[in-house]
Design a protein around this ligand. Structure first.
Ligand code: ZN
Length: 591
């Protein structure tokens, strides 16, 4: 994401903008203590759980789990891509987005032009090929739709496209630069005796990016030579897992659709458009990826995955479900529609008509149903063992759903099916203070480690109080590696906001964890935060000391040196406990 825009600019932009000001352009915000609140724009609610922190430069909804920096807000609220969101915000801030000038960072030079020219070439070829026109007619595709989708034709022969660009495989001749562009664009294949056209004797479907530029092609074979469907290879412009065929056309003219339908092939997209379903896209010969699921939800609040009812189709649907789970928040819905064996949307809509297809869409299976059917079909629900197996299989998947009403309901459903009350990491965390209200993600249990990390993420300048890291040498407490890394990072960047820090760590595996911690509330006064952080660090040290004591063999087995070391550990433990208690009393007196 945003590979073209230098990281330093993203940081500058985040430093320049005020998230409160930006969000206030869209939502009325009310001050509440150190933060601002509103009813969440991303889910339906009557009492505000959407909070914006000017200090962290971060928003978080306690209802649906939506969160992010000002860039994330622009992406989610306005349905923008990362680059577009950055450009928009920069314009508002009076900044110009610089572009990294390296060759690698400018894949576009000439490539977009070549793709566009190739698309035109294929379209021209279609006009003069009776064979291709007959084929499209036979498939029932109207000229109008062919035009709208820019459908073309790659004639048979090895070098039609190459010749069009002024060369042939053996003797590139005239324009070598153009040929090398064709190669980089993925339009040529390499053989023993040179290059040749990759797409031959195929109906050509141009694949557009979100700005409508051609970045790849899908080709449907007209004969049995080679694969039935052939896509462009991965190139500098084209990344299958991050694109959806038809998305540009589906979104043309409207930023947010109510529903988007995901089908398997280009022909399905085109056929459905001809029958009035202009909200269809296709994955590009790959399983649905997380990136694609995110794109889908940014385009529409309801996603219907429409697959064949056969085993391959069900497998593909399950992969789509897995990509979708971590992205389900309130206001986002996914459904599954399985077509009868041997049918695809193209044949279906033609034989049964638009009305029947619309009715099928209405009756699509909700994700929750597909989810539990999938598991309950695999085990013997009448036996305890079977239900235990169900929990074992389904629980990790339910835990992938972000906290919120939907997560809670899926969890309750799992409990009901298992006929057993389950403890989640989340419900356990709520323990002591009673059950968390439904719809609120219960706070994670505040271990010293999590508390220390949360303080650092929220106030990087606290790293200065972390003290000597050597006292944790050899320590293997969970989270200690992240703690080390975060202290080190924050010490170097004490003035960063939470949003900037998380942007820097956007590819770090610990990022989701840190985002949760970024939303923790520390209700005490600001001047107490430093003390809370120190206490948390002391708490980590105490845990580590206790672990070392616990791992020391029985005292009778120890030599004199080891006995002395153990005594030292015990004394240190006592000192740490007293330090923590001393702070409590002090806090009690002053507070
Ligand atoms: Zn929300």
């Amino acid at each position: 994401m945003g590979g073209l825009i230098p990281e330093s600019f993203i940081q500058e932009l985040l430093g320049r903008l005020d998230i409160v000001e930006v969000i206030e352009r869209h939502l009325p915000l009310k001050r509440a203590g150190r933060e601002y609140q509103a009813c969440c724009p991303f889910h339906d609610e009557k009492t505000p759980s959407f909070t914006v922190s000017p200090q962290k430069q971060f928003y978080h909804c306690f209802g649906c789990g939506a969160h992010g920096s000002v860039i994330g807000f622009a992406m989610n609220y306005e349905g923008l891509e990362f680059v577009d969101a950055v450009e928009d915000l920069a314009r508002h801030a009076g900044l110009t987005v610089p572009r990294e000038a390296t060759r690698k960072a400018q894949p576009s030079a000439g490539l977009y032009e070549v793709m566009e020219a190739a698309a035109c070439f294929y379209q021209d070829q279609l006009k003069t090929s009776q064979e291709a026109i007959d084929y499209l007619k036979k498939r029932g595709l109207s000229g109008e739709i062919a035009k709208e989708f820019g459908i073309g034709f790659a004639p048979s022969g090895w070098d039609n496209l190459m010749k069009h660009f002024g060369g042939d495989g053996k003797r590139p001749g005239g324009d070598e630069k153009k040929l090398s562009l064709l190669q980089r664009a993925g339009l040529l294949s390499e053989g023993k005796s040179g290059s040749y056209d990759k797409f031959r004797h195929r109906i050509m479907f141009p694949i557009h990016d979100r700005r409508g530029r051609v970045i790849g092609f899908g080709g449907r074979a007209l004969d049995d030579d080679g694969p039935k469907y052939l896509n462009s290879p991965e190139t500098e412009l084209f990344h299958k897992g991050r694109e959806l065929y038809g998305l540009y056309l589906a979104r043309k003219g409207q930023a947010k659709l109510q529903q988007i339908i995901v089908v398997e092939g280009y022909m399905d997209v085109a056929a459905l458009a001809q029958f009035g379903f202009h909200n269809c896209v296709a994955t590009l010969g790959t399983a649905t990826t997380g990136d694609q699921a995110e794109l889908l939800f940014r385009a529409a609040s309801e996603v219907v995955y429409c697959f064949d009812g056969d085993e391959a189709g069900r497998k593909a649907a399950w992969r789509a479900l897995e990509a979708t789970l971590p992205r389900l928040r309130e206001g986002r819905q996914a459904k599954f529609l399985f077509l009868p064996d041997g049918e695809d949307p193209d044949t279906m809509v033609r034989s049964q008509g638009a009305g029947v297809f619309a009715a099928l869409l209405d009756a699509a299976q909700p994700l929750s149903e597909f989810f539990f059917d999938h598991f309950t079909a695999a085990v013997d629900m009448a036996s305890i063992d079977g239900r235990a197996k169900l929990v074992e299989m389904a629980r990790p998947q339910v835990e992938m759903i972000p906290g919120g009403v939907f997560h809670d309901m899926m969890f309750s459903r799992l409990e009901a099916l298992a006929q057993h009350r389950l403890l989640t990491s989340r419900s356990r965390a709520a323990g002591g203070s009673g059950k968390a209200p439904i719809g609120r993600k219960p706070a994670q249990y505040r271990t010293p480690m999590r508390t220390a990390l949360a303080h650092l993420v929220q106030n990087p300048s606290l790293a200065a109080l972390a003290g000597d890291m050597n006292r944790f040498s050899g320590c293997d407490l969970p989270g200690i590696e992240i703690y080390r890394e975060l202290v080190d990072f924050c010490a170097k960047h004490p003035n960063m906001t939470t949003a900037q820090l998380l942007e820097f760590w956007h590819e770090h595996p610990a990022r989701p964890h840190l985002i949760t911690l970024a939303s923790w509330q520390f209700p005490g006064e600001e001047k107490l935060l430093a003390q809370e952080f120190r206490d948390a660090v002391t708490g980590i040290e105490l845990q580590w000391t206790e672990l070392q004591i616990a791992h020391t063999p029985k005292i009778v087995d120890l030599g004199p040196d080891e006995k002395a070391a153990l005594l030292q550990l015990q004394q240190h433990r006592q000192a740490l406990i007293e330090a923590l208690q001393g702070d409590k009393t002090q806090t009690g007196v002053s507070g």
